[in-house]
Design a protein around this ligand. Structure first.
Ligand code: BO1
Ligand code: ZN
Length: 261
């Protein structure tokens, strides 16, 4: 069993640093993003997300990881380019963080506001060959995050994912799913996705400070019944899988920049 949890116990977030020293570092994630302290950076470029829309030659597997629901990729590369990243970054998986209630669940906060869910697209620097090698390199990883907000309508784009949740109720169960390009969830212009940028860490142990963080300023809509489906999953203790988010960490010396005027 893993040495960490999200519980308010001696395996909870306050104790992660005892087994994973990096979790006590000065560049940890997530953070509270305060808009009056964010710097507009006119030299920060937009991403090129065009390879995300490829569905041919891509295999996707939905997995209940016990602390999150994750979609893993194999086959044709999905690549994150641009955004002033030092290299191209390859997508390995995306996953979600959510709460027991719609008033909590996101990892990042905006002006102290919590959101019901956050999705992370996890990438590693192409020239470092694989995720485990990139994990401990400065700038080895790039995570693109999206906050969800409750909408009255179902988000029909999410249904192709959610229809498989009944098959992965228990931890370690996998389901093959039809290719799901994550950009399908974006309604705005994909060539001009505004985001916040800062340098931080993995939000779970080992909390390595190797992540170039980009948090979209565009929210993804989700209905209350759709949020409820995430909470039907079970963890290792056969409880409902909820509250899989880390509390915000000190910003310390860091600056958050943005593409948004
Ligand atoms: S996150 O995006 O900062 N929440 C985050 C946190 C932890 C990981 C990834 C993203 N962990 C790693 C696992 C590896 C796995 C890899 C790629 O994700 O520790 O075992 O190979 O899926
Ligand atoms: Zn995450």
């Amino acid at each position: 069993a893993e040495e960490w949890s999200y519980e308010n116990t001696d395996t909870g977030p306050k104790h992660w640093k005892e087994h994973y020293p990096d979790c006590g570092g000065l560049m940890q994630s997530p953070i509270n993003i305060e808009s009056d302290k964010v710097l507009y950076d006119q030299n920060l470029n937009y991403f090129d997300l065009s390879s995300y829309s490829i569905t041919r030659g891509v295999n996707m597997t939905l997995v209940n990881k016990g602390h999150t629901a994750e979609v893993q990729y194999t086959g044709e590369d999905m690549i994150l380019k641009g955004g002033n990243l030092p290299d191209d970054y390859k997508l390995v998986q995306f996953h979600f963080h959510w709460g027991e209630d719609d008033i909590m669940g996101s990892e990042h906060l905006l002006n102290d506001e919590r959101f019901p869910m956050e999705m992370h697209l996890v990438h590693y620097q192409s020239k470092l060959f694989n995720f485990s090698n990139a994990l401990s390199h400065p700038f080895g990883l790039a995570v693109l995050g999206f906050l969800f907000e409750i909408s009255a309508e179902n988000n029909t784009q999410l249904d192709s994912l959610l229809q498989h949740f009944s098959k992965i109720e228990e931890p370690d169960i996998k389901a093959e799913i039809e290719p799901f390009p994550p950009t399908r969830l974006l309604s705005g212009n994909k060539d001009r996705l505004d985001f916040y940028r800062y340098f931080g860490s993995l939000t779970t142990p080992p909390c390595y400070e190797s992540v170039i963080w980009s948090l979209s300023t565009e929210f993804i809509p989700i209905s209350v019944p759709q949020m409820t489906l995430f909470r039907t999953l079970h963890n290792e203790k056969n409880e409902h899988l909820v509250n899989g988010y880390r509390p915000v960490q000190a910003l310390n010396h860091r600056l958050v920049t943005t593409t948004r005027r």
